[in-house]
Design a binder for this molecule. Structure first.
Ligand code: ZN
Length: 152
């Protein structure tokens, strides 16, 4: 996993595993806030999940607000499967699978979780435009499963 400063966020990329040393990221919080850009995370293994949960717990204990931006699909799956991975973090945007009925293109598209919050909680994901043919793309997973991390 690599870490690069990206605006006021730390951009993480690659795989989260036992070498990622996630709890150490808390030392880089500024003003009680740690913003992580997760668009580049491609994989997380079970030891990575364990460290992730430790990081969330330590953040809560230290009163550090964790903000997750551009959360990649592998992390969304973890947030849905293991409630403890959510901690008290606020997700501001995340990627979701979409497919185009007209040309068949499949794409992971970014959803603004703040702007679309009400629709997402109603399991009504926003419509997206196909970058290939400009037709409307449809969300391509089970909404009650994929968006469950946003409720409760
Ligand atoms: Zn298309």
């Amino acid at each position: 996993m690599t870490i690069t400063a990206h605006g006021d966020a730390l951009a993480l990329a690659g795989a989260i595993d036992e070498t990622a040393a996630l709890p150490g990221l808390l030392a880089r919080a500024a003003g009680g806030r740690l913003a992580l850009d997760l668009a580049g995370i491609t994989f997380i293994n079970s030891l990575g999940v364990r460290d992730w949960i430790r990081m969330q717990a330590a953040a809560q204990q230290a009163g550090i607000a964790v903000e997750l931006q551009r959360v990649s699909e592998p992390i969304v799956h973890q947030l849905n499967m293991i409630v403890a991975t959510r901690g008290a973090a606020r997700v501001t945007s995340f990627f979701a699978p979409y497919a185009c009925d007209r040309c068949g293109r499949e794409e992971s598209l970014l959803i603004d979780a703040i702007a679309h919050r009400e629709g997402l909680i109603r399991l009504d994901p926003p419509a997206m435009q196909c970058p290939e043919c400009a037709a409307q793309m449809a969300f391509n997973d089970f909404p009650e499963r994929y968006f469950s991390f946003l409720s409760g």
